[in-house]
Ligand binder design. Structure first.
Ligand SMILES: Nc1nc2c(ncn2[C@@H]2O[C@H](COP(=O)(O)OP(=O)(O)OP(=O)(O)O)[C@@H](O)[C@H]2O)c(=O)[nH]1
Ligand SMILES: [Mg+2]
Length: 318
């Protein structure tokens, strides 16, 4: 039986990083009564319970399969740890479902110091489609944000996946392969929303990485997105570009109205969780996505995600 949500909420509020494994066990639990406990947990880490927004910088890292996200995170975690920031990484693994079959054989794991108690890494199952987040991942990210300095959600995808990750993350970094023309095309054609930070990996491959960086920078400029930083990194030894990447992520967070972004994230998460549970049929009962979002937008900003879901359920099935 997983630990109680109430008790875990208290441990997270007390700054107890060692609560993380039990938090993951609870949010992934299928045991009877688990939902009630998850709701208690989320209530325990809501802004009302915390007396403000959760402390963490929630960072989404997304990009095509095999681009180098996990290798990059090994270095990024090292850089954050050198700065004494505690880090939790939730790596969404699409391989458990069929549409995520494009994975390379040479997939790398995130490598961290196993003795370091201020780093927590966990793989989680994906939601319904590539780039999708499961309700358990959203809940875990919300909960761990109360305690860790940085919470990372790694997802595989390109194109529309960053929209979904933007629903939980303060800052979305899209990772691009040198010569990765598809991201450039997606950006230019508007298929892809403009990310907060773009990262060109594998800079050790030579001039092609710098060219990709320049192409992306000029594409962003022509789209009017001058604030989006494009950083080139090499994650293989000797690693390079990580100080600049840490700075770019921090700069985005510093420029952010966190309360507004988090409020939007809670509302979007509530709708996504509602749809995961009640399907398109449930969404139709709300009069579609637009009217569901309008309804959510009229709610008290202090409501946590489970309370917002109850509002939707009350309207869909009065
Ligand atoms: N040359 C070079 N190779 C890299 C770099 N970063 C990653 N790789 C290689 O790229 C391959 C894929 O790296 P991963 O970190 O697994 O990529 P990923 O994006 O996490 O992959 P998925 O999780 O499967 O989508 C591995 O063989 C890495 O060694 C880099 O900076 N330079
Ligand atoms: Mg990976």
């Amino acid at each position: 039986m997983p630990a109680s949500g109430h008790e875990l909420g208290q441990r997270l509020r007390d700054g107890d990083l060692s609560a993380a494994p039990a938090v993951l066990n609870l949010v992934e639990s299928r045991a009877p009564g688990h939902k009630h406990e998850i709701n208690a947990l989320l209530q325990g880490v809501s802004p009302a319970a915390l007396g403000g927004e959760a402390r963490a910088h929630v960072v989404g890292v997304t990009g095509p399969p095999g681009v180098g996200k996990s290798t990059l995170l090994s270095q990024l975690v090292r850089a954050w740890r050198a700065d004494a920031r505690s880090v939790a990484v939730l790596a969404v693994d699409p391989s458990s479902k069929r549409s995520g079959g494009a994975l390379l054989g040479d997939r790398a794991r995130i490598v961290v110091d196993p003795a370091d108690r201020e780093v927590f890494i966990r793989s989680m199952a994906a939601g319904g489609r590539l780039g999708g987040l499961a309700p358990a991942t959203r809940a875990a990210a919300h909960a761990l944000a109360a305690t860790f300095d940085v919470v990372v959600v790694e997802t595989v995808g390109v194109g529309q996946s960053e929209t979904e990750i933007a629903e939980v993350a303060d800052t979305v970094a899209v990772v691009v392969q040198p010569g990765g023309g598809d991201v450039l095309q997606f950006l230019k054609s508007g298929i892809m929303e403009i990310p907060d930070v773009l990262v060109v990996t594998k800079a050790d491959l030579g001039p092609v990485a710098q060219r990709t960086r320049r192409d992306l920078t000029s594409a962003l400029r022509s789209l009017g997105a001058r604030d989006t930083k494009v950083v080139a990194v090499s994650a293989l030894a000797p690693a390079s570009g990580f100080d600049e990447l840490v700075d770019a992520l921090d700069a985005h967070r510093d420029g952010l109205d966190v309360a507004t972004r988090r409020l939007g994230a809670r509302r979007a998460s509530a709708l996504a969780d509602f749809v995961a549970e009640h399907g398109e049929r449930g969404l139709r009962a709300l009069g579609g996505r637009r009217s569901a979002l309008k309804l959510l937008g009229e709610q008290d900003p202090a409501l946590d995600v489970p309370a917002l879901i109850r509002v939707l359920e009350g309207v869909a099935a009065p």
